[in-house]
Design a protein around this ligand. Structure first.
Ligand code: RTP
Length: 155
């Protein structure tokens, strides 16, 4: 059987300092992995406040912007890029609603978080944001293109 290499879409996912401190890295990564999505980049970083402001630039008029940027830069963040068919939209579904009180059980925030200011994870909300966020957090050479053995059983 022939399997032609085709690159699916990619999204930027970050486990915020609360998720890292609570020991939820493997729990969260395994949900993306078991679904059938493919990890193509990962690193643990403490973003500067300036970097956090760049990441959240769309929210700069919001009252919580400063506190949010302080929080994102307060400790290690696990930055990741995941690849797969529909991963941008479905990644948001795995994550759940912004406010964990409104996230369905079964979602990451629904199962693992309680308040909006400590909602443990970030995921790009569309193709443009995904592209911008991947470019902000990763250099091109940090993204690994490879064919995983399981792919022909996922697609
Ligand atoms: P994210 O960007 O982190 O994936 O979250 P989101 O798209 O679900 O939500 P967004 O509206 O972009 O907000 C970004 C993050 O800001 C914090 N937030 N705090 N009322 C508040 O205090 C408030 N509202 C939002 C959350 O951490 C949210 O994830």
């Amino acid at each position: 059987c022939t399997f032609t290499f085709f690159q699916f879409e990619r999204t930027f996912i970050a486990i915020k300092p609360d998720g890292v401190q609570r020991g939820l890295i493997s729990e969260i990564m395994s949900r993306f992995e078991r679904k059938g999505f493919k990890l193509v980049a990962v690193k643990l970083v403490v973003p500067s406040k300036d970097f956090a402001q760049k990441h959240y630039h769309d929210l700069k008029e919001r009252p919580f912007f400063n506190g949010l940027c302080d929080f994102l830069s307060s400790g290690p963040v696990l930055a990741m890029v995941w690849e797969g068919e529909g991963v941008i939209k479905y990644g948001r579904k795995l994550i759940g609603a912004t406010d964990p009180q409104k996230s369905e059980p079964g979602t990451i925030r629904g199962d693992l978080a309680v308040v909006v200011g400590r909602n443990i994870i970030h995921g790009s909300d569309g193709p443009e944001t995904a592209k911008d966020e991947i470019n902000l957090w990763f250099k091109p050479e940090e993204l690994v293109s490879y064919q995983s053995n399981s792919e022909k059983w996922v697609y």
